[in-house]
Design a binder for this molecule. Structure first.
Ligand SMILES: [Zn+2]
Ligand SMILES: [Zn+2]
Length: 359
């Protein structure tokens, strides 16, 4: 079988793949397609580790195709372009997020909203238009249609690759739902890979930020390290009651099952609870409290391309360096359960030019 993956396409590639639900990644020799006329080929320099990679590696969404090379926060340098590529040239720095294809015919595609296209093709664990499986950025080389590639700003370090999913997943809803106005009071639920970015963006927009967490142990990190203004322990009913009706909006980043009513109670009238996490089981929806004060519960999907560009241009990137740290590939030789404990905030994989196997 291994030969099949190596010979499927003409361009040799190397990556780290999951072969089953164990969560273990192992070296994977495979291949990439030749550069098509609208394609950009690039060498991967950095790839963020997204929480959804962990879900998909272990087939927690029941859609996994093995072997799987995860990674949809990919930053790299262009090595080849097709004859009809207009926006990129060899040597350009580029980024690829969650999508590498869509139908290009529907209303969403016409309006640059490919992320809502029913025919979207995911960067990994998807089936491309040629019928082959897509492999992501835990690899040394990628080939992507230029339509799904963004320019990487010169002054933005490529270590910030996690902006391509985690960043836009929190930046975009704050912008889209008007929760970016100075003086607003924003809650951020959960302080993991998405939560810390939400805090940073909300602070950069000039809002007051309260972090809401089940664990009081995160208070020092939230306030001292990330610059949040206040902290609520969601398991403490007195604290939650005292803060009732105080928030204009909440970005809820938790992807585990959790009660929504205590969060809805924190909102002002007309407040918005935006869910950006992806729980694998349905949550209970308390309709009455939403109706009574005209509050909104919203689910946000990531990565409208114009906002992705806007974010990369705007982003005060230096703020993020402290919370995006390097994870060594060798961690993946072990079970990712262990890795979850090691990964703090947001991590990335870095190209290792000293290792011949990854060239
Ligand atoms: Zn992601
Ligand atoms: Zn479409």
């Amino acid at each position: 079988m291994a030969k099949l993956y190596e010979n499927e396409h003409p361009v040799k590639a190397f990556g780290w793949a999951a072969r089953d639900t164990s969560g273990v990644l192992s070296p994977f020799n495979f291949s990439r397609r030749a550069t098509g006329e609208k394609d950009v080929q690039f060498k991967v320099m950095y790839c963020g580790i997204c929480h959804s990679d962990l879900h998909q590696l272990k087939n927690e969404w029941s859609t996994s195709i093995y072997p799987m090379v995860p990674g949809h926060e990919v930053a790299g340098v262009v090595t080849d372009v097709g004859s009809k590529v207009e926006k990129f040239k060899v040597g350009d720095k580029v980024g690829v997020g969650c999508l590498v294809g869509s139908c290009r015919k529907c209303e969403n595609c016409d309006n640059n909203l490919e992320n809502y296209c029913p025919g979207q093709i995911m960067t990994y664990n998807g089936i491309y238009i040629d019928g082959t499986t897509t492999y992501g950025g835990y690899s040394n080389i990628m080939v992507t249609d230029e339509h799904y590639v963004v320019h990487w700003p010169e002054n933005l370090p490529m270590e910030a690759a996690p902006l391509l999913c985690a960043g836009i997943t929190t930046y975009s809803p704050l912008k889209y739902f008007g929760l970016d106005k100075p003086g607003m009071h924003i809650g951020v639920v959960g302080l993991g890979g998405l939560g810390h970015m939400a805090v940073k963006f909300a602070k950069a927009f000039g809002t007051k930020v309260t972090v809401i967490s089940t664990s009081a142990s995160k208070k020092q990190e939230a306030i001292g390290r990330l610059g949040a203004d206040s902290f609520l322990v969601s398991r403490d009913p007195d604290q939650m009651q005292a803060a009732a009706g105080s928030l204009d909006g909440i970005i809820d980043t938790v992807s585990a099952i959790h009660p929504l009513l205590p969060l809805i109670n924190l909102l002002k009238t007309h407040g918005k609870l935006v869910m950006v996490g992806a729980p694998e089981k349905p949550l209970e929806l308390p309709v009455f409290p939403l109706l009574l004060e005209n509050k909104l519960l919203l689910k946000f999907q990531t990565e409208e391309k114009h906002r992705l560009r806007q974010q990369l241009q705007w982003n005060p990137w230096y703020d993020f360096r402290e919370v995006i740290t390097s994870a060594a590939l060798h961690l993946f030789r072990r079970r990712l359960l262990g890795c979850r404990e090691i990964i703090r905030y947001r991590n990335f994989l870095q190209r290792n030019n000293g290792n011949r196997r990854q060239r």
